[in-house]
Ligand binder design. Structure first.
Ligand code: NAG
Ligand code: NAG
Ligand code: NAG
Ligand code: NAG
Ligand code: NAG
Length: 370
């Protein structure tokens, strides 16, 4: 009876050890997963590494982090694999750093990303493929950077984005086609950019009217150029102001002005202008959406310069012509006066020889006598 009891107790002891061992391994695993990088504060899948003067990303960020806060650091260059182990990340805030140009594959692993805040950095250009894996993005903040343009295609596939800020950059024009993929956009912030309200912005204005028509909100698009529209909000500039852009473009997308055709090489395949009838525009008025190549051909500045050259050349030619006419007239009058004078001389002295030389001699004699 004692033997089976002893065996039973041994077995129990073994199982106890196995259990404790398993618990230890589990705890170690949990710690490996949950280890909080020094300088950061971790809680509830949120890792807050803000206000640390960090020059690079902390190592060993917990791989199940959902929110990563890196505000007010000194990050300037991130390697392409910086966030590669954080596939659960949903919110990433990199505000108030010195980030310059971001590697195109930086966010490639972040398929769960919903909010990306890049406010107040030094980003001057965006790679077209930067956000291509972030199909679930809802909120994108690119305000207070140095962007002078937004590349075509950078927002492709971002159907979920509802809030987008490009405020306080150096944008002067935007392409309509860049914004068309953002089919669920509700708030667009564009304030604080030096918008040039010329023909380059016409297509974007049409997109903007459609955006407002479907209930979108926008903070403001204040023109800085041309001078007579300075300070005006493009929403209150009537579409008719842009009608001259259409008149400038002939059916082939070339610019015609006063008989001067500023053309370019023929458009590449698949870049024909597209006719779009927008809901807010009467069906009789079709908006010709010009393709890139057509828009490149439209150069109002060079047209203006060409007209200026023609005017200056005309004025110079006119002055030269007038001077030539005056010189010719002077020559004619002088010649006729001389002829008349000669004739009168001959009439006065009919007997004094035939040659001019003799006449001259006679004159000299007469004058010396006198
Ligand atoms: C932890 O985060 C979840 C959402 O991710 C939230 O619902 C919950 O309230 C948070 N808990 C604490 C204690 O902050
Ligand atoms: C990502 O995880 C792998 C192992 O899963 C590890 O070897 C690598 O160092 C991690 N990379 C970063 C940047 O943490
Ligand atoms: C932008 O960030 C810098 C430091 O990174 C900070 O000094 C400045 O106050 C920030 N500006 C705004 C408008 O947040
Ligand atoms: C989203 O996060 C879950 C874990 O929370 C992960 O299993 C999944 O792979 C992630 N999705 C993508 C597309 O990375
Ligand atoms: C426009 O292109 C068509 C051929 O595509 C050509 O027949 C026509 O002459 C062109 N018009 C002008 C004004 O260049």
């Amino acid at each position: 009876m004692a033997q089976p009891k002893e065996a039973w107790e041994n077995q129990q002891r073994v199982w106890k050890h196995v259990f404790l061992c398993l618990m230890g391994v589990m705890t170690l695993l949990m710690e490996a997963v949950w280890a909080c990088p020094s300088l950061c504060r971790c809680s509830n899948m949120t890792v807050d590494c803000s206000d640390n003067g960090l020059l690079s990303l902390p190592a060993n960020l917990p791989s199940n982090t959902k929110t990563l806060l890196l505000l007010n650091n000194k990050l300037s260059l991130l390697p392409p694999w910086a966030f590669s182990n954080l596939s659960s990340l949903e919110n990433l805030d990199l505000s108030n750093n010195f980030l310059d140009n971001l590697p195109s594959s930086l966010f490639r692993q972040l398929g769960n990303l919903s909010e990306l805040i890049l406010r107040n950095n030094s980003i001057t250009s965006l790679d077209k493929g930067l956000l291509q894996s972030c199909a679930g993005l809802h909120r994108l903040d690119l305000s207070i950077n140095g962007l002078s343009q937004v590349p075509l295609g950078v927002f492709d596939g971002l159907q979920e984005v509802t809030w987008l800020s490009l405020a306080d950059n150096r944008l002067h024009a935007l392409e309509r086609a860049t914004f068309e993929p953002l089919s669920n956009l509700q708030h667009l912030l564009l304030r604080g950019n030096p918008w040039e309200c010329d023909c380059n912005l016409r297509d974007f204005k049409h997109w903007l009217e459609w955006f407002l028509y479907r209930g979108g909100n926008i903070d403001g698009v204040e023109c800085t150029l041309p001078k007579d529209l300075r300070g005006r909000d493009i929403r209150r500039v009537p579409v008719e102001m842009f009608n001259y852009c259409l008149q400038l473009e002939d059916e082939n997308g070339s610019v015609v002005s006063g008989g001067v055709v500023v053309g370019g090489p023929p458009c590449n395949r698949g870049e024909e202008p597209v006719i779009i009838v927008s809901p807010e525009i009467p069906p009789t008025v079709a908006v010709v959406q010009t393709s890139d190549c057509a828009r490149q051909k439209y150069r109002p500045v060079s047209v203006r310069r060409a007209i200026g050259t023609v005017i200056i050349a005309g004025v110079v030619c006119g002055i030269v012509c007038i001077m030539m006419v005056v010189a010719a007239a002077y020559g004619c009058i002088y010649a006729s006066l001389m002829a008349k004078y000669q004739r009168e001389l001959k009439k006065r002295q009919p007997l004094m020889g035939d040659g001019d030389g003799e006449g001259d001699q006679e004159e000299k004699q007469i004058s010396s006598v006198a």
